[in-house]
Design a binder for this molecule. Structure first.
Ligand SMILES: NC(=O)C1=CN([C@@H]2O[C@H](COP(=O)(O)OP(=O)(O)OC[C@H]3O[C@@H](n4cnc5c(N)ncnc54)[C@H](O)[C@@H]3O)[C@@H](O)[C@H]2O)C=CC1
Ligand SMILES: O=C(O)C(=O)CO
Length: 312
């Protein structure tokens, strides 16, 4: 079996070695421009069109959870990967735990009013504030997939009312499930902390806008862990200005790296990280890919295949 690998920043030597160990007998090579030799599988992140174009692959693996960048490249270059070649993505592979850490720490930060105490400290003010109550801190998770489910699971023991929104209804213990566009208003009503874990699709671009934010509880909080294009950054700034939103924690931005002139950098009620909420963990990813290839070779059903028409 021949496997080609391409990632703009990962240590290819490490991956080649780990994949060869996990898939004894496989010949794994780093793809280089001009390499048109046979391959059965391709492991990629931001691949050049010519890497995949014209190949009769058994499958392609995206080395991340979100497949928006490869799907948009495919839209512009459909010949890069014919529809009959399946595209897989990473499901969890350690990203779930990272999202749990991020979400739990941020929700508790807001719930315990550390943002307010930080602001008071700037003014050298010693001022105990009233406690927030759990029942006034409903947490709504947009996107109830692999990562949304992990975040819900980690928040459950803390006693906040939890709800999720997705295309189809979920039956998760302790989580109220809302499904489809028609139930979005009910999901937003009274949500105090909105956590975004949707995929980037034509249906979800710009979804966190003024209309949506206005339906949240007053003094609410936004945690964007998914993609920058989900959020209308101007509407976010207006909502912070009006007081509808009390704070935002952003990991992802419409332009990355965030341009120096963005007003988000200096905003006192916006915190941010540089798209690190959950990164691909190479050992877990290799295990997952090796297992999936083993199942594909054995003709068994596997999960993680991207539905290109749906966009995720
Ligand atoms: N900031 C970061 O470091 C990272 C961000 N991500 C982002 O997180 C996203 C989610 O990842 P997973 O949970 O693995 O995806 P997933 O595919 O397992 O879950 C997606 C969820 O969104 C829901 N959904 C999709 N379109 C919808 C629509 N139009 N209306 C209602 N619900 C809809 C689905 O029903 C599903 O519940 C990724 O697509 C990626 O963009 C992923 C990893 C790291
Ligand atoms: O895997 C993804 O989709 C990411 O955003 C990684 O940071």
């Amino acid at each position: 079996m021949d496997i080609i690998f391409y990632h703009p920043t990962f240590d290819a030597a490490w991956w080649l070695n780990a994949l060869t160990t996990a898939l004894p007998g496989a010949r794994v090579r780093e793809w280089q421009p001009g390499d048109n030799e046979h391959a059965d599988y391709a492991l990629v992140w931001h691949p050049p069109v010519e890497m995949l174009h014209g190949r009769e692959l058994k499958a392609v693996f995206a080395l991340g959870a979100g497949v928006d960048s490869i799907l948009s490249k495919l839209k512009a270059n459909p010949e890069m990967l014919p529809e009959h070649i399946p595209l897989f993505r990473l499901e969890d592979t350690g990203m779930g735990q990272q999202m749990q850490e991020y979400a739990v720490s941020q929700v508790l930060h807001w719930f315990r009013r550390f943002d307010d105490y930080q602001a008071l400290k700037q003014q050298a003010r010693w001022e105990p504030l009233p406690e927030y109550q759990h029942d006034e801190f409903t947490i709504g998770i947009l996107g109830a997939g692999v990562l949304g489910s992990k975040v819900a699971e980690a928040l459950r023991p803390w006693g906040f009312p939890l709800r999720c929104w997705s295309r189809s209804r979920k039956a998760w213990p302790g989580v109220e499930s809302f499904a489809g566009k028609e139930e979005l208003p009910a999901f937003l009503n009274n949500t105090r902390v909105l956590i975004n874990l949707l995929p980037n699709t034509p249906e979800t671009v710009g979804i966190i806008n003024q209309t949506l934010i206005n339906q949240l509880a007053d003094n609410s909080y936004l945690l964007n862990l998914a993609r920058g294009v989900h959020l209308n950054e101007e509407d976010l700034l207006s909502a912070l200005e009006s007081g509808k939103l009390k704070g935002a924690m952003l990991d992802v931005f419409s332009r990355e790296p965030l341009p120096a002139e963005s007003p988000l950098w200096a905003h006192p009620r916006v915190a941010m990280t540089p798209h690190v909420a959950a990164v691909t963990r190479p050992p877990e990813a290799v295990d997952y890919i090796a297992h999936t290839i083993g199942q594909l070779e054995a003709g068994n059903a596997v999960s993680g295949q991207v539905d290109r028409a749906r966009g995720y």
